[in-house]
Design a protein around this ligand. Structure first.
Ligand code: FES
Ligand code: CO
Length: 327
């Protein structure tokens, strides 16, 4: 599976929030591969989560003087993955040159820890077109939301405007106003971008005020998308980015980045709590959809005009030859 899927293999994937990686090594899974991620004074590092001596996960070990130490017999690996100490071996013997573990590209950017298990197709991780460096905006990072569904299922759910009136009724939509006006999907430099889509929202941020909102959706790559939401009659708007970690074909971790131009000093918790609620509502749906893997054959399901974006997304996956998480 890994070898076949060149798109996801060479892409950066978020694995943890930066603040969740302390001095304790963490185990993570990317495309079915178990890794240990850890922090030293030199930066962040990702290795195969397996000591080459007797197969114990290095994530059970600890960091001592910037090196990771296996908990079983104390073999110690430096940040390049080279074994520098074998405590049970006589000191005069040289450490075998084969004593090296497998290392992967690891980076810290935008408040996330990122890993690429292939050859990174970009030097640095990106979150779509976001720069997140304008001090007149407030940003919040959210996740990981652990979901038992394939990554493309999560992305398609995020892009699905007509579920707002049902799954998030009373908050993001009202079933009395569920008709979706026609919109088009455009390709702009490899990104899918929709026209603005108007939605009536009874309580879109948990504060109890109904508004009409305009959504513009974007899809940057198979597992990263966003929408911009403008409130009609106000200058308020925000961007919400979804980046999905493909843990394996059945499990995904969703990470989000929100950037807003209003309520700049409100505590992050307000936005995180609200998003937690929305994700709980979506989780019931995506964890139960059949087939589990997103069908790319457009004849396999029925589509409406309002599903244009889902269709464009499925075509994008087909064009890129994505096999992971699709059927
Ligand atoms: Fe890791 Fe022996 S298994 S040191
Ligand atoms: Co939803």
């Amino acid at each position: 599976m890994l070898i076949q899927d060149h798109v996801l293999l060479h892409q950066w994937h978020p694995v943890l929030l930066s603040r969740d990686l302390t001095e304790v090594p963490r185990s993570v899974e990317v495309l079915g591969e178990k890794l240990v991620v850890f922090r030293t004074s030199k930066g962040v590092h990702a290795f195969k989560d397996l000591c080459i001596h007797r197969g114990v996960p290095l994530s059970l070990g600890k960091i001592v003087e910037d090196q990771i130490v296996c908990p079983y017999h104390g073999w110690t690996y430096n940040s390049c993955g080279t074994c520098t100490r074998i405590p049970s071996m006589p000191k005069e013997r040289a450490i075998p040159s084969k004593a090296k573990t497998v290392t992967y590209s690891c980076a810290e950017e935008f408040g996330f820890i990122w890993v690429c298990i292939g050859e990174p197709n970009l030097t640095n991780p990106t979150i779509g077109d976001g720069t997140f460096d304008d001090p007149s905006y407030s940003t919040v990072i959210m996740g990981p939301y652990e979901i038992n569904a394939a990554g493309p299922r999560l992305i398609e759910n995020f892009l699905d405007v007509s579920h707002l009136m049902y799954v998030h009724e009373g908050l993001l939509g009202d079933s009395e106003y569920s008709e979706i006006s026609d919109y088009q999907v455009h390709q702009v430099n490899g990104t899918l971008v929709t026209d603005e889509i108007e939605v009536y929202q009874p309580d879109p941020d948990g504060r109890g005020h109904g508004v009409n909102s305009l959504y513009t959706y974007k899809v940057f790559n198979p597992l990263c998308c966003s929408f911009t939401k403008k409130i009609i009659g106000s200058d308020d708007y925000f961007d919400l980015y979804l980046i999905v970690l493909p843990v394996n074909e059945q499990q995904s971790n969703a990470f989000m980045m929100m950037e807003r131009n209003y309520a700049l000093n409100d505590p992050d918790k307000i936005f995180i709590d609200f998003q937690d609620l929305l994700i709980e509502q979506d989780k019931v749906i995506v964890e139960n959809q059949k087939p589990e893997l997103l069908p790319l054959d457009l004849q396999a399901e029925l589509h409406l005009k309002c599903d244009r974006l889902s269709i464009a997304y499925r075509k994008m996956l087909q064009d890129k030859g994505l096999s992971f998480g699709t059927a």
